[in-house]
Design a protein around this ligand. Structure first.
Ligand SMILES: [Zn+2]
Ligand SMILES: [Zn+2]
Length: 183
């Protein structure tokens, strides 16, 4: 089983698709723009952040899992920040005063994103977020356990690396297994 949810998998693929596109559009920055580490540990009201120095893009998992249009609104936006920094590193773009200035907007259009429409995703306004639950079961007694997104991601990770860690059935001491998402 993949360590990632369907949405997380989609976000990673989309991130890498934009990086590959940037390599095509600006072959000179290929060495300055490596495929970033993508994480889903961002909390609060921010949809995503891009850290060029450490080459990490962080997404807000609650929003990713629950918000319609999150991937279209956030992934290109964050990759555009990395592209911009890489262009600056090569002397191909100016250092900016505003992170969402004209150069960033130009990059957004070149990679096929609309800078205007996506803008709201940065200073994100919280909407009512449906908090999904994920159902697990004990492989021994079949008791079910419904967990939130944070526990779910942790348990998916432990299951994916086949380690006997994470969450257990309190009665049987068996590592609980994933059953499916519930509303
Ligand atoms: Zn931004
Ligand atoms: Zn049990």
């Amino acid at each position: 089983m993949s360590a990632f949810t369907t949405k997380q998998d989609e976000a990673i693929k989309e991130t890498f698709r934009y990086i590959a596109l940037a390599h095509e559009l600006w072959p000179l920055i290929e060495d300055d723009l490596e495929y970033p580490l993508v994480t889903f540990d961002l909390k609060g009201r921010t949809a995503g952040t891009a850290n060029y120095r450490d080459n990490i893009i962080q997404y807000n998992n609650d929003m990713l899992e629950n918000e319609e249009g999150f991937i279209q609104g956030t992934v290109g936006h964050e990759v555009a920040h990395l592209i911009h920094k890489a262009l600056i590193a090569r002397g191909m773009a100016k250092e900016y005063k505003k992170p969402h200035g004209n150069e960033w907007k130009r990059i957004m259009r070149l990679i096929g994103c609309s800078p205007e429409r996506l803008h709201k995703y940065h200073g994100y306004q919280t909407k009512t977020v449906t908090r999904r639950k994920y159902r697990y079961y004990c492989p021994q007694c079949s008791k079910t356990f419904d967990v939130g997104i944070k526990r779910h991601i942790k348990q998916q990770y432990y299951l994916s690396i086949a380690t006997n860690q994470g969450y257990f059935c309190p009665k049987c001491k068996k590592q609980i297994q994933y059953k499916g998402q519930i509303q």
